[in-house]
Design a protein around this ligand. Sequence first.
Ligand code: F6P
Length: 367
Amino acid sequence: MANLGPHKIHRIAINTGGGDAPGLNAVIRAVTLCARRRGWEVLGIRHGYGSLLGGEPVMKLNRQAVLGIASQGGTILGTVNRGNPFETYITVPGCKKKRLAADVIVDNFHKLKIDGLIAVGGDGSMRIGHKLMQMGIPIIGVPKTIDNDMACTHRTFGFDTAVQTATEAIDKLHSTAAAHERIMVVEVMGRYSGWIALHSGLSGSCNVILIPEIPFTMQAICDHILNRRKLGRTYSIVCVAEGAHPKGQGMFFKGGKVRGREQRLGGIGEWVASEITKRTGLETRSLVLGHLQRGGSPSTYDRLLALRYGAAAVRLAAEGMWGNMICFNPPSMGHVPIEEVIRDTKKVSVYDDTVLTGREMGICFGD
Ligand code: F6P
């Protein structure tokens, strides 16, 4: 269903899925205002696909409903990052046997006479959207994640704000690290890619940056820190991406596997800190920035980007170009088939100019 051609639209819906990211509300606002100006009705589906699964009813979105929300973090629709509808069976009133959640979503989508869905989410949401499209739901994807790891798009909204938050936190660590002549290890988010660690680590003047794309050795890190000591630099700051890992070892996960959701990364920061103490004898502390990076008001950059993503999605819907995801090809917005996007995630290249900049400035990447 890649291109159905222009067709008359009466009603569209929008939902937000996966972990929240600053800028979601700005997308909702842009989609609502742009669609209403074309005379379309807009429905907000609550908590991922919840409203189509018997959860909270859909929300009617109009100018009043989206008033002043572009500057707010979170999402007025709510979101979920668990429960794949293609792996979940649910009880439906009047039906003895449990039904596949995806089938229920499709039925209720048609019952509500919705012509198309703007699905705002990460790669997991795009994968679900792609399958729902094959079952007859016309979908346009809008990429979202603080991790900036979505393929086929230069930048996702939420990333800039997350990097800003992480950088401000790192800035604050300098004075306490200096006062105590300590090593501080800060773990940031990013899933399987190192965009947040690279950008905040460099901007926050960290001395060591560890990212999943460059497996590290403790020897390289400790040598670097001890060298700095010899040169009279009494403290060091290490920025580690949650997905970073030692050479020859896997990533660090928290808790066990939970059905229907990705395993949670975490713990590498604490491990690196304890290894530094063990190997150098230097006093080391670690902290995890965690969900702080997803919170708060979107930066101006993210707000504007999110508004542009939303407007581009409505434009594409008007052209009948369902089955595509909006992408940002600076300076323009473009689109790409969703099936291309879900093949892989976007990783930091070891030849990235930001990595090169760090290396030339003497930052240690642990290799
Ligand atoms: O994808 C966004 C993200 O914040 C990742 O950086 C992180 O690994 C994950 O979500 C955390 O998910 P949860 O909200 O389930 O803890």
